[in-house]
Design a protein. Structure first.
Length: 62
């Protein structure tokens, strides 16, 4: 049995809610990013992960 919720359940389930203004703005900003901007973000995240010790210097998980 799966934990998939029916659409009808979303109306009464508190975990489903409308996005607030900040969340909508963040989603819009993310969706409007160009592929180059997304790649730059990913490269920065990978560098941060490597510096923090979450990745090895060659990019593999530790």
């Amino acid at each position: 049995m799966t934990n998939v919720k029916k659409i009808e359940d979303a109306e009464t389930d508190a975990s489903y809610r409308a996005l607030d203004a900040d969340e909508k703005a963040h989603l819009h900003l993310w969706a409007s990013a160009t592929p180059a901007q997304r790649l730059a973000w990913l490269e920065e995240a990978m560098q941060l992960a490597a510096k923090s010790g979450a990745l090895s210097p060659d990019g593999r998980k530790l």
